[in-house]
Design a protein around this ligand. Sequence first.
Ligand SMILES: NC(=O)C1=CN([C@@H]2O[C@H](COP(=O)(O)OP(=O)(O)OC[C@H]3O[C@@H](n4cnc5c(N)ncnc54)[C@H](OP(=O)(O)O)[C@@H]3O)[C@@H](O)[C@H]2O)C=CC1
Ligand SMILES: O=C(O)[C@@H]1CCC=N1
Length: 271
Amino acid sequence: MTMDNVARNGLVLLGCGKMGSAMLAGWLKRGLPPESVWVIDPKPSDWLQSTGVTINGDLPEQPAIVLVAVKPQMMGDALPAIAAMGGGKTLFVSVAAGTPISSFEAALGDDSPIIRAMPNTPAAVGRGITAIIGNSHTTPAHLDTAEELLTAVGQVVRLDSEDQMDAVTGVSGSGPAYVFHMIECLAKAGEAQGLSPDLAMQLAQATVAGAGALAEEAEETPDQLRVNVTSPNGTTQAGLEVLMDEETGLPPLMAKTVAAATDRSKELRNG
Ligand SMILES: NC(=O)C1=CN([C@@H]2O[C@H](COP(=O)(O)OP(=O)(O)OC[C@H]3O[C@@H](n4cnc5c(N)ncnc54)[C@H](OP(=O)(O)O)[C@@H]3O)[C@@H](O)[C@H]2O)C=CC1
Ligand SMILES: O=C(O)[C@@H]1CCC=N1
């Protein structure tokens, strides 16, 4: 069992900011003992210090897993701390946007098993989704290990090709931010119609959370669920005529949004 192996041999987390913390919170909540976790981070947060994990201490020589969660721009400074673990039994998993597997092979040795992953922050509440792809040294067992670890914080999908990672980043890696912004916009729009800020925010948050849960649990597709809300000539139809406009509505805006994020992921590859 992955969690048993990780608990026995240790997990090293390189970088514990927003994404690293989100995943670590999920694993600790799922029972990973804090004494099995070593974190390297220059400015550990109060939350991290409260968890009981080892922070900036001596590292195990061959941990089960090293999870790399530093910004792509910091990778050159950060990787030397874990380079000595390359070429052995340690499995490396990077969640960095844009940074290709080949960069890690150059730093850690191309005989190291390396998995590139793209998670998202709902991992903090066990509702993330992570896409993974391994290098030529990852065996089916390595992929199973990564999948089991990441399943502890949400769903996992396996990619056929590393090329898909840029678009995945544009959709699900960055996607929570689009949805949070939608909540902000919905609340602001409610305020513009005369609701108090608190009431408007409560309505907007519960609506997005409830619609997301329904979309996941219902047998109907999202478009059918949309139709179910829309009474002929009613209020929803009036709203959707604005939102679904093919020229000025959400379809072209979302397409441009995801394309911009995908393009930025491609740019990050070049530093
Ligand atoms: N946030 C998200 O939603 C997602 C992020 N990612 C990826 O996760 C990675 C981290 O992103 P995010 O968590 O948002 O960024 P953060 O800046 O919040 O976290 C990065 C952490 O790494 C620390 N750090 C900087 N230099 C080093 C170093 N040399 N050694 C160890 N730690 C270091 C930073 O410390 P300090 O702040 O002091 O510099 C910070 O705590 C990125 O590669 C990003 O692409 C992937 C999916 C989603
Ligand atoms: O904004 C970023 O670059 C990272 C990657 C996906 C989400 N956050």
